[in-house]
Design a protein around this ligand. Structure first.
Ligand SMILES: NC(=O)C1=CN([C@@H]2O[C@H](COP(=O)(O)OP(=O)(O)OC[C@H]3O[C@@H](n4cnc5c(N)ncnc54)[C@H](O)[C@@H]3O)[C@@H](O)[C@H]2O)C=CC1
Ligand SMILES: CC(=O)C(=O)O
Ligand SMILES: [Mg+2]
Length: 371
């Protein structure tokens, strides 16, 4: 199969869909890989490393999209990229379609086979291709909150760890999945007082036993969230209903409960955000203020630490990339129900139920397009 890796074009996005090591693995499996010129240069993966791995360097994205059987990317295709997709071409990347009607429309119109990293599943009920970036974003969310709390950034001037004789800051994490766990770990490591809320009692039990009482767990209700907002210096939004738009758990009215200069970090922004006042921001201008509360809503947080993130992402995505290239998409999806769960759009049909429901498309089961 001819595989194409274009350079990412989203604002301050320096990740790349494949490392040189991943490239070598695909080539060892008998495939050809085209990498766009300078796709990984900014994070220390120079063109000559891809050439040494056996790839061909191609000057333009247009040429890669025109020739490749499968495009491997990181972020959802931007409008100019959607226009270059063609019927039957595999697109393997993050998509986050439920809150993005325009992208969904463009993918449906293209006739491509769009497999979303974030909805591929595993046997333990996890999302193995989302998990590495959730680990990164969860850890970064506390760095982002700590920075935003500084006075020069407009924050309340609280140091999350406190100092001897002065109480630490309070961090509330809503959603105790991968993002939430890693956020809690970083916040606790800094010495902050941490509370984590989730709707899953088994999850709260796991977290409680992992942290040995170091952090507080709460069942997530509106009432519990309201009580937390009054106390928190930083609130991390980390909920997910897979594939669906995020539930709005903090309304604009509820911001009044918070202390001025406190911070909301909405990691769930890529699924539309779990705070009513969230709107996606970029690494260039990551924060804005609503009613005295600082909002950080960067939709591609791991792009900020792109070298670590690219390595973690390829570790997770490579096995499925090899399966798709070796078997072709239909057979690879027939053989693996977890990869099949990644299929969101195929041949003009929406094949992921939550996306079809949220955006008003007819839902066509993945099984029926691979039959
Ligand atoms: N902004 C960014 O750059 C990035 C964003 N993300 C996003 O972060 C979000 C979380 O991802 P993961 O932690 O991997 O998901 P996950 O599935 O591991 O965890 C989500 C948790 O939310 C809980 N939850 C659902 N509804 C809830 C509610 N009403 N109250 C409290 N908890 C609730 C679930 O029980 C689950 O434990 C996703 O939207 C993901 O796409 C992930 C990586 C990067
Ligand atoms: C998960 C995601 O959207 C990202 O890593 O950018
Ligand atoms: Mg998007």
């Amino acid at each position: 199969m001819l595989i194409g890796v274009p350079k990412e074009i989203k604002n301050h996005e320096y990740r790349v869909g494949l490392t040189p090591a991943g490239t070598k693995e695909l080539i060892r499996n008998g495939h050809q890989v085209m990498v766009q010129q300078n796709a990984g240069t900014a994070i220390g993966f120079a063109d000559d490393q891809y050439v040494a791995a056996g790839a061909q360097i191609i000057p333009t994205a247009a040429e890669i999209f025109a020739k490749a059987d499968m495009i491997i990317k990181v972020k959802e295709p931007q409008p100019v990229e959607c226009q270059m997709l063609r019927p039957g071409q595999i697109l393997y990347t993050y998509l986050h379609l439920a809150p993005d009607p325009e992208q969904t429309k463009a993918l449906v119109a293209s006739g491509c086979i769009a497999i979303a990293y974030e909805t591929v599943t595993d046997d333990r009920g996890g999302l193995p291709l989302l998990a590495p970036m959730s680990e990164v974003a969860g850890r970064m969310s506390i760095q982002a909150a700590a920075r935003a709390l500084e006075k020069s950034a407009g924050g309340s001037g609280v140091l999350l760890g406190g100092v001897p004789g002065v109480a630490p800051g309070k961090v509330t994490v809503i959603g105790g999945g991968v993002v939430g766990l890693h956020a809690a770990r970083m916040a606790a490591g800094l010495g902050a007082e941490v509370t984590i809320l989730d709707r899953s009692l088994p999850r709260l039990k796991e977290i409680d036993s992992d942290f040995g009482g170091r952090i507080k767990t709460l069942f997530s209700t509106q009432d519990a969230i309201e009580r937390e907002l009054k106390e928190a210096d930083a609130v991390i939004g980390a909920v997910l209903i897979p594939g669906a738009a995020a539930p709005k758990l903090v309304t604009r009215d509820m911001l009044k409960l918070m202390k001025p200069g406190s911070v909301l970090v909405d990691v769930a922004i890529d699924q539309g955000g779990c705070f009513e006042t969230s709107k996606a921001t970029t690494h260039q201008e990551p924060t804005y203020v609503v009613d005295g509360i600082i909002h950080y809503c960067v939709a591609n947080m791991p792009g900020g630490v792109a070298r670590t993130s690219t390595q973690a992402l390829t570790n997770a995505t490579l096995g499925y990339a090899v399966a798709l290239a070796n078997k072709g998409w239909k057979q690879a999806l027939r053989d693996d129900k977890h990869l099949r769960n990644g299929l969101n759009v195929a041949e003009g049909k929406v094949t992921y139920e939550a996306v079809a429901r949220d955006l008003g498309y007819a839902y066509v089961a993945a099984e029926s397009v691979i039959a």
